[in-house]
Design a protein around this ligand. Sequence first.
Ligand code: PLP
Length: 427
Amino acid sequence: MSFNETFFQRAQITTPGGVNSPVRAFRSVGGTPRFIKKAEGAYIWDADDKQYIDYIGSWGPAILGHAHPEVIAAVQHAVTQGLSFGAPTEAEILMAEEICKLVPSIEQVRLVSSGTEATMSALRLARGATKRDKIIKFEGCYHGHADSLLVKAGSGLLTFGNPTSSGVPADFTKHTLVLDYNDCAQLESAFQQFGSEIACVIVEPVAGNMNLIKATEAFLQTMRRLCSEHGSILIFDEVMCGFRVALGGAQALFGITPDLTALGKVIGGGLPVAAFGGKAEIMAHLAPLGGVYQAGTLSGNPVAVAAGLTTLKLIQAPDFYTQLSQQTQKLVDGFNRIGTELNIDFCADAIGGMFGIYFCKEVPTSFEQVMQANGELFKRFFHAMLDHGIYLAPSAYEAGFVSACHFDHVIETTINAARESLRQITC
Ligand code: PLP
């Protein structure tokens, strides 16, 4: 038995499903999850010492590639100064200043430790600031596992065919209106009906939890206008796409200014840092200034902030995003070429350092279209790629991530593996 198999058996004795986050369990693709030993650059190694090119990147944070020497050095230095103080530090000021500089819609920001905390807190803040209860979210968008957001929430939940988690009282979600992504008409009618009761609209401006689906500009502009007209708060959940699709996030790319933004993943450089922030007048409702409570023992943790600050510095290198986008585009162009070459319904799309692969004729633009893609073929493709040493997300409903270490030879190896894999599974 391989180490991966042995570990998986052992893990299931003491950990539910053997994993600490559900998608890691390979349930939707079958087989044994790889237990990872180490990671460097574009590569990871599993417990059996097999090397893979990694397109998960810790589900987004590893934008510089794994174990960037400057990030490691910053963490090593921070560790020597103490692990956690539960008191403010200068590094937290620097981190907040950096975020506010890079994302101009954020005038004030609060650091937390996970994307879930960021969106959950932003939601509470929006409700507290507007004194309204209703919120709008979109089917297939995942905003972490806060109760009122666990409605038709994409990826892990889609994978399990579980539109809503059990354990969430209906009372907690009765104020959550779920609309179709990229559907402007539905937004208009929801606001027509409930406008004065809607605290906020929360959206992934580039959706990455129902595979990659880009929002149309009209969709984002419509929600911006409707929120302004009705005094509702627009929350961009950029936990995944922030600092991933462009330096200033999706809001910079689309030129749309949200009232609040949730960030995570990249801003922690692989350690637990997330944040939410926006207009100072809204942020003033937060404790200790205002009545909306929010707190965290490890918020702004000095070791995590050291990793985050160094990452934010490194992604500002000239042409960083041009190169990241080029490499991602090369990968996607390669996938699309193979689809045509082999005459199969297989295509791909990219934005910045994020990509999607789809077993259908054309790149989907809605949740409904994503659900029509061929999930069975994806499973076989996933395993064939794994055999070829390419580590994709173990779900047809997750976006993929390219890092600054995915150089040309890495992309080429991946494209060749994809050609072989597709030949294997379709012949
Ligand atoms: N929001 C989005 C868009 C995400 O993709 C995720 C996680 O994948 C979250 C929120 C939750 O973040 P975390 O897993 O750090 O709680």
